[in-house]
Design a protein around this ligand. Structure first.
Ligand code: BGC
Length: 361
């Protein structure tokens, strides 16, 4: 080979290597920004010796989940831990890969708000095999033997709905709009409703369906169909406030909003407004601050090798796991001030926004 040719081919090899380096660089930049659903805290456990917690969330669409995230992160930070938040935007497969990513990031503890209660056994096992502790937050992960399950008493949530509904309408035909079929809380809540229904032999659940992925749009379509088909319904059990809002929109299309009682849970601001205005019967207040603080403290304790705090146990279908149970509270127009305003969950001016000030409590 002549010198000039040799130089040219060395040049070609060098520029190829350079290109490969540039490509590798670009890929890592892309990987870093691939997930605009996530909030990265740029430290690893090895960087600062602080405990690092991975928080794998289902969604941030509802007000409550933003509150959960904010309180959890600020409590964990106060306790000296860093949090890496991932939001799977209601996509169960995405949640699996986000959890695997957090495991690769070598977090000390994983806190998971599961989308599909039956889909995370392998991820939990993988995490635990690497010494990472796992907390099931708000929703149980079935058969996964998590280190702690921290949640409200979800059976009681259903009981509270049914007590209020059947007190208002002790005999009649009811519809049940359940939440996501993959969320373990839904079956717990429904079992609470059935529990109370035994005391009301003249009531019947004549229609029921799931709102897939807790989608309010899906709930609206299904409730609308029930009503369009001419079913006479004396009350609609809705498994959360977003679904209650959807059911009320469907009822409004039939001029029935306000005359057919509707339940909910979460004490969302718009649900509290509907309650004082008279279109929604009740909601269930769940002290999110307590849940998030207890979970953050538990995560830090577990990261430091301490026992997880628990006040109960729960059968996950295969194992008995430690459970920290928090009690929910019924909210109606009568106790709105005591339960929701008193503790600052919502402000009076917001809840009563659509009511003339002369009628405020
Ligand atoms: C929670 C509810 C929430 C629903 C939808 C359930 O698991 O318990 O508070 O409204 O998920 O996100």
């Amino acid at each position: 080979m002549r010198d000039s040719e040799k130089n040219r081919s060395i040049g070609r090899v060098l520029s190829l290597i350079l290109m490969l380096f540039m490509l590798a660089g670009m890929t890592s930049v892309l990987a870093a920004c691939k997930d605009d659903k996530s909030e990265e805290v740029p430290v690893g456990p090895q960087d600062q010796g602080k405990p690092v917690i991975g928080l794998a969330m289902d969604t941030l669409v509802l007000d409550r989940w933003m509150r959960d995230r904010d309180v959890f992160v600020s409590e964990a930070n106060e306790l000296g831990a860093e949090v890496i938040v991932q939001n799977a935007t209601s996509d169960a497969k995405e949640q699996q890969s986000q959890i695997r990513y957090l495991i690769d990031r070598k977090v000390d503890v994983l806190v998971i708000i599961s989308i599909d209660a039956d889909q995370l056994v392998d991820e939990v096992e993988l995490a635990q095999s690497k010494g990472i502790k796992v907390i099931a937050y708000d929703r149980l992960i079935n058969q996964a033997n998590v280190d702690l399950y921290v949640s409200f008493d979800n059976v009681e949530v259903g009981r509270l709905m049914a007590r209020k509904m059947f007190e208002a309408v002790p005999a009649g035909r009811f519809a049940l709009m359940k939440g996501s079929r993959e969320d373990n809380n839904v079956s717990l809540l429904v079992s609470g409703i059935m529990d109370v229904q035994q005391d009301y032999p003249d009531t019947e659940i004549v229609l029921e369906d799931y709102a897939e992925n807790w989608s309010a749009d899906d709930a609206y379509i299904k409730a609308r169909r029930w009503l369009d088909d001419g079913h006479l319904i004396d009350g609609i059990f809705c498994c959360n406030d977003a679904l209650a809002g959807a059911a009320l929109r469907a009822l409004a299309m039939h001029k029935l909003a306000g005359s057919v009682p509707v339940t909910g849970q979460d004490a969302d601001l718009d649900a509290c407004q509907r309650i004082v205005e008279g279109s929604q019967l009740m909601t269930v207040f769940k002290p999110i601050e307590s849940l998030a603080q207890i979970a953050a403290k538990a995560a830090v304790d577990l990261a430091e090798g301490k026992e997880a705090p628990a006040n109960d146990t729960f059968n996950d279908g295969k194992h008995i796991v430690p459970y920290y149970r928090i009690m929910p509270v019924m909210v109606t127009s009568e106790n709105m001030a005591d339960i929701i305003l008193e503790n600052g969950f919502h402000a009076k001016k917001d809840v009563y926004r659509n009511i003339p000030q002369s009628e405020w409590p």
